[in-house]
Design a binder for this molecule. Sequence first.
Ligand SMILES: Nc1ncnc2c1ncn2[C@@H]1O[C@H](COP(=O)(O)OP(=O)(O)OP(=O)(O)O)[C@@H](O)[C@H]1O
Ligand SMILES: [Mg+2]
Length: 223
Amino acid sequence: MTKTIITVATMKGGSGKSTLASCLAVHWHLKARQPIIIDADPQRSIARLSARERKLGGVRVIEDAGGESWKTAYQVAEQSGLVIIDTPGFRSEATLACIAASDFVLVPVKPSPFDIDRMLDTLNLLINGAKGGRRPEFRCLLTQTTREAVIAKHIRAELAEAGFPVLKSEMANRVIYAEAALWGATPTLIEPRGPAARDIAAIADEIESVLEGALETKRVASA
Ligand SMILES: Nc1ncnc2c1ncn2[C@@H]1O[C@H](COP(=O)(O)OP(=O)(O)OP(=O)(O)O)[C@@H](O)[C@H]1O
Ligand SMILES: [Mg+2]
């Protein structure tokens, strides 16, 4: 992967942003990619996670919840190549700026039957409201799904119909995420061959192929 900034964002609290950002970072870290996380959430979820015993396996975390965290991301990407930004669960100019500065935006969506319309509205704000009018490469990801859940299938279809592409992989609902977090770890560190680690690997692979596809499109366009 070349110099890449990935932002994890939604405007809905508790949809799994911080969990996802930390799990992806650990996965890529173990693949010798040296990712750096920018914790742009004033709640400091990832900073606190990395202060616990397992220290996210040594992934470097930089705290910057200021309005210019996107600039920090740019600078850090120059050094490490791969930056993952965890954003707060509310709408902020700082998040929109991070989105505009990103190569890829990952939007975790926790399937819920109650607020599909609101979810589509906020996705519109997030993706189409990025600064500079640039629509970033983005994918939604269904999180905390349970097997054969009708609601997840329904939401997948609604998202696709509204023009929001969804990754094939899902981040299933598994208790190991919270358990691992108690130690400042992720499933990839404590159970590398387990189902949660495999979910994360599948999500990471899909993101990599979207990024490679986007690079190829750029290459063809500039040739
Ligand atoms: N796939 C999953 N299966 C089970 N629990 C999960 C999963 N993903 C996240 N969780 C749990 O859900 C809770 C919220 O997750 P997390 O803190 O990552 O969400 P968030 O979007 O970052 O929230 P906030 O908006 O407050 O920053 C945590 O307790 C986490 O352990
Ligand atoms: Mg969070």
